[in-house]
Design a protein around this ligand. Structure first.
Ligand code: MHF
Ligand SMILES: O=c1ccn([C@H]2C[C@H](O)[C@@H](COP(=O)(O)O)O2)c(=O)[nH]1
Length: 273
């Protein structure tokens, strides 16, 4: 098979298209959904950036670096990286309160301090690789219910790591996945994160097991999905990280390059707000 990683996504997409339940949803758009869909990616078989549609590559890397910086400012995401897809959820101050950046690197504890979960994960992988506690979560249960929270955490509901000899594996549980728009970005983003953490720990990025709780196709994406499923994937591109920064928090946009990215044309779809 020319691109087994992409086939995992296409099979999941097709499964939801053919077997999903049609209902309404919070946004009023309507969705077709299945519960508990798992995809497995092996980074040895290429970088899982979709080739059956053109992906917004800078969007993947920029958004990830913005999460890692601890920022929850959409203004910063737009000004620093020229990424505008978070705009519908920003408040009047250009902020996205309580989303990923805060939970990943400055989770507020009940004793007035903060906890950097990403730093913890990298240190554990380096110093305590047989630990069964190497995980981080964006799901800060009480904060997810606060009324100013921009959007309760979708991906990184749980992200766990496992070291096998010189290989680093990841399990990613995502509670809710917009199969056409969000999930392709999430797949590429977590593959990038695993590659970065592996580089920091002198390990090889290996597999990602990605489970989505409510895997859904919005009703206004059904035609786009059929178009995408009619296309044949190309060989996957390669992810190149051009240097090894001193820490997981020191990567820059210019450090990332995608080589040999051959893709089909963009497929547009409206995001459900
Ligand atoms: N309904 C919904 N789906 C999502 O995927 C999603 C949300 N809401 N809310 C929060 C974030 C925002 N995300 C988004 C939003 C829009 C695109 C999007 O429109 N992507 C286009 C390119 C956009 C561009 O070039 O600026 C694409 O073709 O992938 C992707 C992810 C992911 N998340
Ligand atoms: O990275 C992301 C962020 C969001 N989504 C999708 C999943 C849902 O369609 C919406 C969130 O709505 P909820 O009602 O909170 O589930 O955003 C995604 O797929 N990937």
């Amino acid at each position: 098979m020319i691109n087994p990683n992409e086939q995992q996504y296409l099979d999941a997409l097709k499964y939801v298209l053919e077997n999903g339940q049609d209902t309404g949803d919070r946004t009023g758009t309507g969705m077709r959904s299945c519960f508990g869909v798992t995809m497995k990616f092996d980074l040895d078989k290429g970088f899982p950036l979709l080739t059956t549609k053109k992906m917004f590559v800078r969007g993947v890397f920029g958004e990830l670096l913005w999460f890692l910086s601890g920022s929850t400012s959409n203004k910063e995401l737009e000004e620093k990286y020229n990424i505008k897809f978070w705009r519908p959820w920003q408040n009047e101050f250009g902020e996205l309160p309580n989303i990923y950046g805060k939970q990943w690197v400055r989770w507020e504890d009940s004793r007035g301090g903060t906890f950097n979960q990403i730093e913890y994960v990298v240190n554990e992988i380096k110093n305590n690789p047989t630990s069964r506690r190497i995980l981080f979560t964006g799901w800060n249960a009480p904060e997810m219910q606060w009324e100013d929270t921009a959007l309760p955490c979708c991906h990184s509901t749980v992200v766990q790591f496992y070291v096998e000899n010189d290989k680093l594996h990841m399990y990613h549980y995502q509670r809710s996945g917009d199969m056409f728009l969000g999930v392709p970005v999430n797949i590429a983003s977590y593959a990038t994160l695993l590659t970065m953490i592996a580089q920091q720990c002198n390990l090889k990025p290996a597999t990602i097991t990605h489970t989505i709780g409510v895997a859904h196709i919005y009703h206004n994406h059904l035609e786009q999905v059929k178009e995408q499923l009619s296309r044949t994937p190309y060989e996957p591109p390669k992810l190149i990280i051009k240097r090894k920064p001193d820490s997981i928090f020191d990567y820059q946009l210019e450090d990332f390059e995608v080589a040999d990215y051959k893709h089909h044309p963009l497929i547009k779809g409206d995001v459900a707000v």
